[in-house]
Design a protein around this ligand. Structure first.
Ligand SMILES: [Zn+2]
Length: 343
């Protein structure tokens, strides 16, 4: 494992070292530079940012302009460095161009009155230059993409680097790291169409067709079709709660099927096709029950809504040929088309 990691790291350095040669004159002509994206973990080629003083003044506050473009330094302890919510991480980006600069978890309390970090997200994203102003010999840290002055780096930081990147608060913009994906599970008839509908929802990161709610362990499709296992055909949805809410997913759920027909969706008859929400948290249960009641009262459906709301049980992924069924075959589904039932 250690050897593998070392080899991988060496290969990484080699690629970085060769970057300008691999890209040749093209990179120089287009003004593109490699920048590390701390959210995706990938290095991307991006255009350098060039703006006139007048253009920067439109984006930056007068204080930010003085620091980032005129290399002034904010007074120590003068500004409160933004922090991510408790228990969460975040990335400090360049307030001028949005380049990822430092991770919250690599910030430390230096007692100097300026935000201090022991390393940047990547050496690619910052530029170090010798600064001999004020009769001192310091190393200036600036943004590699837009050239903004950020601060200085000193050799009195904590391990493992021993560096202290001393940065002006106003040069930084905190972007919290996205929350962990959440799970939701819905049964709304044949899972082919249900999966196709949820896969298209913005903020849904993964969908899997499968079985839930029955007694038989590791059921096959044939087992479920006997109508004796108690399983429903469901789609397990993994979603980013910052991009799509559970309420929005429920809107999709109720809009793609008829929740008033017990154990049936159109021509598909049997308990495997029942309308069911499997909740993973008490919060999901609360929201599902509240929205079901609201929808019932709205009389958008002529008959009573029979959707079951149950705690999630073990999820069994369906056979491979059921996964992304329509998508793989290039078929546009004619069922489970979202309708507008907006609350
Ligand atoms: Zn920048």
């Amino acid at each position: 494992m250690f050897i593998f990691t070392t080899k991988k790291a060496k290969a990484g350095y080699l690629i970085l070292a060769l970057f300008p040669f691999l890209l040749g004159a093209n990179m120089i002509d287009s003004g593109k530079i490699p920048i590390f994206n701390a959210f995706t973990g990938k290095t991307e080629l991006v255009e350098k940012v060039h703006k006139s003083a007048a253009e920067w003044k439109k984006i930056l506050t007068p204080e930010q302009f003085k620091i980032m473009r005129l290399k002034e330094t904010e007074a120590p302890f003068a500004k409160l460095c933004p922090m991510p919510p408790k228990g969460k991480n975040g990335i400090y980006e360049c307030a001028g161009c949005g380049t990822d600069l430092f991770r919250y978890e690599e910030k430390f309390e230096s007692g100097t009155g300026w935000p201090s970090f022991w390393q940047p997200v990547s050496e690619l994203n910052i530029k170090l230059t010798t600064d001999s102003s004020h009769g001192l010999h310091r190393t200036e840290v600036s943004c590699a993409r837009c050239g903004a002055h950020l601060g200085h780096v000193f050799d009195d930081g904590p391990p493992p680097t021993g560096k202290r990147y001393c940065i002006n608060t106003l040069a930084l913009k905190l972007v919290p790291m996205p929350a962990d994906p959440q799970k939701a599970a819905f049964g709304a008839g044949c899972f082919w169409g249900v999966e196709s509908a949820f896969a298209q929802v913005k903020g849904v990161e993964k969908t899997t067709a499968g079985y839930m709610g029955g007694a038989l362990k590791n059921p096959t499709y044939e087992d479920v079709c006997t109508d004796k296992t108690g399983h429903a055909e469901v789609v397990l949805v993994e979603y980013n709660p910052q991009a799509v809410s559970y309420e929005d997913l429920l809107d999709v759920f109720w809009s793609i099927h008829d929740p008033t027909t017990p154990n049936r969706q159109g021509p598909d008859i049997g308990s495997q096709y029942r309308s069911v929400i499997f909740y993973f948290t008490p919060e999901q249960e609360k929201i599902a029950r509240a929205l079901k009641e609201k929808l019932s009262k709205s009389k958008k459906f002529k008959k009573p809504i029979v959707t079951e709301i149950l705690p999630a049980k073990e999820f069994y992924p369906a056979e491979e040929y059921h996964q992304k069924y329509f998508q793989r075959r290039g078929i546009t589904p004619t069922c489970h088309i979202p309708k507008n039932l907006s609350r």
